[in-house]
Design a protein around this ligand. Sequence first.
Ligand SMILES: [Zn+2]
Length: 429
Amino acid sequence: MFNYIRFASATTTLPTLSLAISLFGAGLVATPAAGQTAQNVIYLSIDGLRPDAIDAIIAEGTGSNFARLQRDAIWTHEARTDTEAVFTLPNHTSMLTGRPTFDQVAPLGGVVIPGHSYVNNADPEDFPTVTLPGVGTVVSVANIHDNRPGEAYVPSVYDVLKQGGKTTALFVAKDKLDTVFNNSYDTFNGASGDGSPVPFEGQNLIDFSSLDSSTNDAGAGNIVDTFVQHVQTNGPQDFTFMHIRNPDSTGHEFGWVDNVVDQNLTPEYKAAVSQVDGYLGVLLNEIENGGVFNPDTTTLIITADHGGGATFDDNHGNPAAEAGEEDFTIPFYVFGAGVVPGDLYAANTLTRAFVDGVNTRYPVTGDPALLQPIRNADGGNLALELLGLDPIPTSFINADQNLAIPEPTTAALLALGGLSLLARRRRIA
Ligand SMILES: [Zn+2]
């Protein structure tokens, strides 16, 4: 399950990496979470899922579980990807680290928001070097940290979870996610767990990891079944990051759309999204009726790494071309503990805003008040907040943990019962 392959440092560094990283810390990490809302959080990324496909399958009668989420979740179909890298590995790395892909640099220079720099989207085991248009040949290192010369370690949700005594899991459907995330947070590269991220003297930060890359097109098994079998046998981890690949695989094979002008979703792509709807039914049933999870203390966060079909009918966010709104517009749903159903932007009018058809840039010096859209990477620090934990050190996206679903309710806290929680809440208030 775990391997320890580490490739050499990049022979050609990315342009942003040569900049000094000197402004870490100040203002990027916010106050502690106010309390614990959930005992279990499942953070689910559905690869290549366009929001309009959700609406389409609901209209066609093959989206009953998404329809249920639209009644019972707080959600938006106007969430956004990373601004610059609109493809799989960079966005999933943002979800786990709370960082943009690239360092965000002020007009007069200096890094104001550190990126994670994992821009390469190839499987590092299959493609040890990759040529990226405009960037050149880069070595496809098999962990996040080695992309950051000058910075020893890139913390993630897993660091905070383990330091907070939580159990952790990773269920993914693509080899490259399994490779990169396990290699980044394993016993070799994981943080020390003593509160200071120290590389190379680690513990394994991911307690249970499962890869099912056969989950591709119709008929194959799927990662949700794997997950359900796991939790019914072993019980759940406190935090699970899960990844479903079907819409992306089908979009690349058959096209997200028939053509980019008309934007007609292909029947194959819609069928893949309907298939995911069925998986969601299994997952929702397990949360509510399976007996393993307490539905009052379990929260499900659902988003996507990107959409597709803006510029190429069978691709998305190609670095050789501008990513269009069909690529960077994604769903974001939160269901379960702490949630009051409704519109996610309406619950966050003071802190989040979107511009139709625009992927608002990250704020740099000079525009600190620029309201950010809800991004797929908001979910990492949201998950930690729900579990009563502080944000990811050096993260930026939702680092204030102010994405409201809305705020944790007294009812949700009472559902957790114990006086120990109330004591904890007083202690850290
Ligand atoms: Zn993807």
